[in-house]
Design a binder for this molecule. Structure first.
Ligand code: MG
Ligand code: ZN
Length: 280
């Protein structure tokens, strides 16, 4: 059976943001992420970092430097009882100074290449996976791969103009994002009768993470916007247009431009439209 993944951007999502960090000690994990990461890992999520590292193409540091940084990061996470399953990085940038890396690639976010590669190599089910990142390029990559997406609001991102850049949820910080995932998974799994999530320890784990999270948080400048609603319809209207965002509801290759009226919802919000439209 394929695994689910929790894909995490690195800089600004897992560790404090910093311009082109190049030494291990430059990577400082956010406080408060241990319990959420442990809970999700125990529930079967593979933890995979997906990071653009244009500093390599720009000649600021080498792949060997990056390797050392990620060994350090894995060690820091293990201190929290968290096992890092994999790190995927894009070393490219079109304006790089290292000729072979100064290319337009399909792995640099917002392209979904790293997620697609991870899915193949680690046997992951993208449609039941999550991507957490602090910029809209992360969100677009996650949406393009068919994952559910959460934007961690660092105050940098304006309201997106394209549907594909809308996150399913916005979180105030990374612990909040992890809490949202636990909440969604717990409620969904429980309603599907998944005994793994009904086990009493799950309730305990959920409670240990604090009160239920705010699922409707928005950056202050986005206030008027409705994103994916926690309440999700069970069928789709027949004239619903597809935005082109694969949702994992059906195979990507067979992604239609409209949905049949009898299409059942899997219960996974797909972000295809703002909540109000979805319920129209
Ligand atoms: Mg980032
Ligand atoms: Zn790349």
């Amino acid at each position: 059976m394929k695994s689910r993944a929790l894909f995490l951007d690195r800089d600004g999502t897992l560790v404090h943001p910093r311009r082109y960090p190049s030494r291990p000690q430059d990577l400082r994990l956010y406080d408060g992420i241990g319990p959420g990461l442990r809970t999700l890992q125990e529930a079967g999520f593979r933890l995979v970092i997906i990071t653009n590292q244009a500093g390599i193409a720009r000649g600021y540091f080498t792949e060997a430097d990056l390797q050392r940084m990620h060994e350090y990061l894995a060690e820091e996470l293990s201190q929290l009882g968290v096992r890092l399953d994999a790190v995927y990085y894009c070393p490219h940038h079109p304006q790089g100074v290292i000729p072979e890396l100064a290319v337009r690639c399909d792995c640099r976010k917002p392209q979904p290449g790293m997620l697609l590669r991870a899915a193949t190599e680690l046997d992951l089910d993208l449609s039941s996976s999550w991507f957490v990142g602090d910029i809209l390029d992360d969100i677009e990559a996650g949406n393009r791969a068919g994952c559910r997406t959460i934007l961690v609001d660092l105050g940098t991102e304006q309201l997106p103009e394209q549907q594909i850049r809308f996150p399913h949820f916005v979180a105030q910080d990374t612990p909040h994002a992890l809490r949202i995932i636990v909440e969604c998974e717990f409620v969904e799994r429980e309603s599907l009768g998944d005994s793994h999530w009904i086990h009493p320890t799950r309730h305990v784990a959920c409670e240990q993470l604090g009160p239920p999270p705010d699922l409707l948080y928005r950056p202050p400048t986005w206030q008027s916007v409705t994103l994916a609603e926690p309440a999700h319809p069970t069928t789709y209207p027949s004239d619903l247009k597809c935005s082109g965002v694969p949702c994992g509801r059906q195979e990507r290759a067979a992604h239609p431009t409209t949905y049949p009226s009898d299409l059942k919802c899997s219960g996974v919000p797909c972000g295809r439209q703002a909540g109000q439209e979805r319920n129209a």
